[in-house]
Write a protein that binds this ligand. Structure first.
Ligand SMILES: CCCCC/C=C\C/C=C\C/C=C\C/C=C\CCCC(=O)SCCNC(=O)CCNC(=O)[C@H](O)C(C)(C)COP(=O)(O)OP(=O)(O)OC[C@H]1O[C@@H](n2cnc3c(N)ncnc32)[C@H](O)[C@@H]1OP(=O)(O)O
Length: 252
């Protein structure tokens, strides 16, 4: 019993530490803890273990996915010269969890998320390899996000090929990740040209860049290609608007 409670407590401590570290790096997730309505949603410690980072390779990843992962992961170790002669590592892998906010806000919204059983759409299928297998890499210097995706058999649209809605999801995720680099955003517009179908089980590379900013608006473009870049599958442009995340979460 005592050991059980100890595990609960240490799990909670780990969760809070991780959350604080993550929110320091990602200000969009930092929710002001002093807001009275937020305080009223604070929750009891719960027995979460270490969150599983789902953007790490698993046994279902094929050779192309692994090759791309190793390439972009190696970029995450390369230092470049930054202002003032300091060194910087511009590329970062974004960890992936099945509950976007669970590990991100110090538990503030946990009760809401647990009660709603909410799961991140792209991470909600438990069978590895069945749907979206992916990792996102972001370059904050160049304002660029690259996603490597292996698309599984549950995402079928036309026979043997990936559903257009699944492709839209992939694009929304990569462009959304880039757009949210400096704060919370919502997709306002997504414009997609499907150029060539993607076979189920294949791996694709999704590259996105910021084209333009205007006040709260970020215009982002994106292309989906084969791993060697020779085949263009999809092109898209997206408009994101920065939002107040408190308004979204508290439904104001
Ligand atoms: C909370 C997001 C979390 C994202 C986390 C991201 C990354 C984290 C790391 C890992 C990645 C993992 C997952 C990421 C996955 C996916 C990202 C998904 C994002 C989404 O999947 S999100 C769902 C779909 N999304 C919606 O459900 C939006 C519904 N919608 C609204 O919530 C509002 O509509 C809103 C907020 C968009 C705007 O509302 P608003 O009131 O704030 O602004 P308002 O309407 O006043 O417009 C201000 C100015 O924008 C212009 N404007 C507005 N809309 C336009 C349009 N469509 N086309 C052209 N211009 C437009 C106006 O014309 C005006 O322009 P001007 O100022 O020049 O007059």
């Amino acid at each position: 019993m005592t050991r059980g409670l100890g595990r609960v407590f240490s799990g909670f401590k780990r969760l809070v530490t991780l959350s604080v570290m993550w929110s320091m790096k990602h200000p969009m997730y930092s929710v002001p803890l002093r807001s009275p309505s937020v305080r009223s949603m604070a929750v009891l410690p719960l027995p979460f273990g270490k969150p599983k980072d789902l953007s790490l390779p698993n046994a279902t990843w094929g050779p192309e996915m692994m090759q791309l992962y190793e390439h972009y992961n190696s970029l995450c170790k390369v230092e470049v010269e930054a202002e003032g002669g300091q060194k910087k590592v511009p590329w970062k892998r974004i960890p992936g969890y099945n509950r976007l906010l669970k590990y991100a806000t110090g538990g503030v919204y946990l009760s809401k998320m647990i009660q709603s059983k909410a799961r991140l759409f792209t991470r909600n299928i438990r069978e590895p390899g069945a749907a979206f297998e992916y990792a996102l890499f972001i370059n904050s210097e160049e304002e660029k996000c690259v996603g490597i995706w292996q698309v599984g058999h549950l995402l079928e649209g036309p026979p043997g090929h990936v559903h257009g809605g699944a492709i839209a999801t992939i694009i929304d995720t990569v462009t959304g990740c880039l757009a949210s680099l400096s704060g919370a955003v919502m997709t306002a517009n997504l414009n997609i040209n499907y150029r060539s179908p993607i076979q189920l089980g294949n791996t694709v590379v999704v590259e996105s860049i910021v084209d333009k900013r205007e006040g709260r608006k970020k215009f982002i473009s994106c292309k989906v290609t084969s791993p060697d870049g020779t085949k263009l599958h999809t092109e898209a442009t997206a408009l994101f608007l920065s939002i107040d995340i408190n308004q979204l979460l508290l439904g104001r």
